[in-house]
Design a protein around this ligand. Structure first.
Ligand code: TYM
Length: 355
């Protein structure tokens, strides 16, 4: 029996951080033996924020090395670069014919990124969507929200559907995009009256999808938030970042509720430490004996235990250009083979026929 297809990707916008690791990469490594895994580097998605060309290529290489250093084995999983599969670009055009601009504009990630592109602050409670939409359409400045940003979810849906993947390991922030992918798949099937695309789902081994918080007190860890701990961080820099994490004055009464910055530290501890360590600090918080300095020291060492072996492999792998070239060539060939087949079917279903 053929194995179920798993697909996931990471944008090439910089080094990988703990959010990418726990939300995605760690799962990639765990499942590569049991599924037909296809992991790629989303360089076309990275173009939506207009990186400079030299940075884009360097970032693709970095992520490739980080995938390999974290333990993805190119003999088990297909590793490829999104732009090496031109079939994706064509199917993106075709699928866009069935995607509404309204549903794209309502996507949370679009709103966030469009706000950033226009230099607007984060929305306040009760902010008016209509005013925001007018700003996007009527922006008179040289700041603009590019159409690629709007159609980002179409491209992501194509990545998944063109490989016929049904399981997609991602962090919590990508679930809305997956929901859209399922909607587009259903819409395509029903418009053409076919049963062609299966609906893909998140893949978390029964656990809840992860959201790795930042160390700055709120929200998620993210490159554009500037609050990341990177897999490549040297021990000294990493310890410094953790020691500087935002906390509060500490609990004054037993069993006090936890403020978000402290809860975030515990979330990180839960990901990186043993259950005994987590319990020790939770108990200390509950009886007010906790010292945040100790908690942070422990956290830094536990994070380093995860990142150090990966960091040590990254530079060696990066230096071996021939190996990197072989990996992506082999990956591109495999990824293109299945993509070409899907694209041929989709063209046929949509009525594009050869004379
Ligand atoms: P990207 O590059 O933003 O992030 C890559 C993966 O890392 C996860 N992630 C997190 N998980 C938990 N906590 C965090 N703080 C955190 N930050 C990032 C993301 O959820 C993601 O799984 N659109 C995708 C890339 C993509 C893709 C795809 C993914 C393009 N096509 C097809 C899956 C399938 C993205 O921007 O991820």
């Amino acid at each position: 029996m053929s194995k179920e297809i798993v697909l996931s990707g990471i944008r090439s916008t910089g080094n990988l951080h703990l959010g990418n690791y726990y939300g995605a990469l760690r799962k990639f490594v765990k499942i590569q033996d049991d599924y037909d895994c296809r992991f790629f580097i989303a360089d076309l998605h990275a173009l939506t924020t207009n990186p400079n060309p030299a940075d884009l290529h360097a970032n693709v290489k970095k992520i490739l090395a980080e995938y390999l250093a974290a333990g993805i084995d190119p003999d088990k999983a297909t590793i490829f670069i999104q732009s090496d599969v031109p079939e994706v670009a064509e199917m993106y055009l075709l699928l866009n014919m069935h995607v509404g601009i309204g549903e794209l504009m309502r996507t949370t990630s679009f709103k966030d990124k469009a706000r950033k592109a226009l230099g607007l602050s984060a929305p306040a409670e009760g902010d008016d969507d209509e005013a925001f939409e007018k700003q996007i359409i009527g922006s008179e400045t040289n700041k603009r929200v590019n159409a690629g940003l709007l159609t980002y979810p179409t491209l992501m849906a194509v990545d998944i559907l063109i490989q016929k993947a049904t399981k997609v390991p991602v962090g919590k922030d990508q679930l809305q995009h997956l929901e859209l992918t399922r909607r587009f798949a259903r819409r395509f099937n029903s418009f053409y009256n076919v049963d062609y695309f299966a609906e893909p789902y998140d893949f978390d081994f029964g656990g809840a999808p992860v959201k790795v918080p930042g160390l700055d007190g709120s929200g998620k860890m993210g490159k554009s938030e500037g609050n990341c701990i990177y897999l490549i961080d040297e021990p000294k820099a990493l310890r410094k970042k953790v020691m500087r994490a935002v906390t509060d004055e500490g609990p004054k009464e037993p069993n006090s509720p936890m403020a978000e910055p402290v809860a975030n530290l515990f979330s990180l501890l839960e990901l990186t430490s043993t259950p005994e360590v987590v319990k020790h600090y939770r108990d200390a918080y509950a009886d007010c004996s906790i010292r945040y300095g100790d908690l942070k020291k422990q956290l830094a060492e536990d994070i380093l235990a995860v990142t150090t072996p990966i960091r040590e492999r990254i530079n060696d792998i990066l230096a071996d250009e021939d190996y990197l070239r072989r990996v992506v060539k082999q990956g591109a060939e495999k990824a293109r083979e299945s993509a070409a087949k899907t694209l041929a079917d989709v063209r046929q279903i949509m009525g594009i026929r050869k004379f």
